[in-house]
Design a protein around this ligand. Sequence first.
Ligand code: CO
Length: 140
Amino acid sequence: MIGPLNHVGIAVPNIEKAIAFYRDVLGATSITEPKVLAPQGVTYAFVDLPSGQVELIEPYGDTSPILKFLAKNPKGGQHHICFEVDDIHNAKALMEKRGMRVLGEPRIGAHGTLVVFLHPGDAGGVLIELMESHKNDAAQ
Ligand code: CO
């Protein structure tokens, strides 16, 4: 069911410092400007790589789920991985049928398409994000 690996999510305490690290130390040449996704409590930026992306996520607001993660991992760390799926509602139903706990209803993610998260307790300790692929609009 899962398609391409879209990105790896990295929680960071300071997104500007993280961007500087990926740019100046690792030598990444394409990094998006940080943007706020208020409903998910994050400020995010994408590091573009030939094989996919790294998503840098900094807490936004007092109730950000990233705050808890950073309390346990003050330097930041790997937070989730994201796989693409064709249809988020079908994927959610299938995952539930297979006994996975799906965290919440599909909602708009950082790429502007619908996403859901799977409970890491059912997924080998990994928080998995499923993201609906961008629809092919090549017909235009
Ligand atoms: Co993500």
